[in-house]
Design a protein around this ligand. Structure first.
Ligand code: IPE
Ligand code: MG
Length: 252
C-alpha cells in the first residue's frame, strides 16, 4: 500500500486566486526561428522566462507552480537538442538552487527517473532534498514526464498489490489512483496555461486536469512574463468553475 494519505484535491481558494498553476512552456523553437536564432537560444531564453515566472508566482500568492520541462515524447527530438535541454536543466539547478532555497521554494520533481543519467538524477534529488522544508512556493518540475506513463505506473503498482493479495480490486476508485500518481499530496491544478497558441494538453497532467481551467495564450514562452501570468489569472477568474454541479446563482 502507498503511505500517501493526503487528499489529491483541495478546496479552491475562496478569494478566486488559483492555488495551483501549471504551465506547458511551449514555443521556444518558434521564438528563436522568428529571430533567425538557433533553437538552443530559444530554450536559453525560456529559462530566463522561467526565472521571471517563479518570482511572479511568489508575488501573486500562487502556492504550487508546475512546469512542463521535458516530456516523455521529447526524446524523439535530435540528440543535440536533447543535450541542450539537459544542459540547461543542469545549469538551472546548479545556478539557481541556492536562490530558490533562500526564497523559500520547495522543488518537487515528477516523471520517470529510471534511465536518466546519474548526474541528472543526483541533481534532481539534491534539489528536492535541500528544499524539502520550504513552504512559500512549491515548484513542481515535470521532467521526463508523460501523463499516460504516470497513470500506467500507478496501475502497475496497484496491480502488483492485487497480485500479492494485499489489495481487493473493489477498493480501487478514482481517489486511489490519484494517491498513486507521482505527487499525490499536491492538489490538482486550478489553472493550466499553455503558451505559443497550441490548444492541447500533450500528455500533461491529464488525470489532474479533470476540472482545471485551460488558458491558451498566443505568445511564445520566452516572451512570457508577470503581466502575461496576471492576464491568464484574470481570464481564470472570469470563468465559472462548477465541478460538475450547477452554477452558484441557479443552484439554489
Ligand atoms: C518548448 O518549446 C520547450 C520544450 C519542449 C522543452 P519547443 O521546443 O516545443 O518550441 P516549438 O514548439 O518548437 O516552437
Ligand atoms: Mg513545442
Amino acid at each position: 500500500m502507498s503511505n500517501a494519505t493526503a487528499p489529491a484535491t483541495e478546496a479552491p481558494d475562496p478569494s478566486g486566486a488559483p492555488l495551483h498553476v501549471a504551465i506547458n512552456m511551449d514555443g521556444n523553437g518558434r521564438w528563436a526561428a522568428a529571430r533567425g536564432l538557433p533553437r538552443a537560444e530559444g530554450h536559453r531564453r525560456g529559462v530566463e522566462a522561467l526565472r521571471r515566472v517563479v518570482r511572479a508566482a511568489h508575488e501573486l500568492g500562487i502556492l504550487y507552480l508546475t512546469i512542463f520541462s521535458f516530456s516523455s515524447e521529447n526524446w524523439s527530438r535530435p540528440a543535440s537538442e536533447i543535450g541542450d535541454l539537459f544542459g540547461l536543466l543542469r545549469r538551472f539547478i546548479r545556478n539557481d538552487l541556492a536562490t530558490l532555497h533562500s526564497d523559500g521554494v520547495r522543488v518537487r520533481v515528477i516523471g520517470e527517473r529510471d534511465g536518466l543519467e546519474p548526474d541528472i538524477c543526483a541533481l534532481l534529488n539534491e534539489a528536492e532534498e535541500l528544499t524539502k522544508g520550504n513552504t512559500r512556493l512549491n515548484l513542481v518540475v515535470a521532467f521526463n514526464y508523460g501523463s499516460r506513463q504516470e497513470i500506467a505506473h500507478a496501475a502497475r503498482r496497484l496491480a502488483r498489490e492485487v497480485a500479492e493479495g494485499k489489495r481487493d480490486p473493489q477498493s480501487i476508485d478514482a481517489d486511489t489512483i490519484s494517491r498513486y500518481l507521482d505527487a499525490p499530496d499536491i492538489p490538482d491544478p486550478d489553472l493550466i496555461i499553455r503558451t505559443s497558441g497550441e490548444q492541447r494538453l500533450s500528455n500533461f497532467l491529464m488525470w489532474q486536469a479533470a476540472y482545471s481551467e485551460l488558458v491558451f495564450v498566443p505568445i511564445h514562452w520566452p516572451d512570457f512574463d508577470k503581466t502575461a501570468l496576471e492576464e491568464a489569472i484574470a481570464e481564470y477568474a472570469r470563468r465559472e468553475r462548477r465541478f460538475g454541479g450547477l452554477a452558484a446563482k441557479t443552484g439554489s
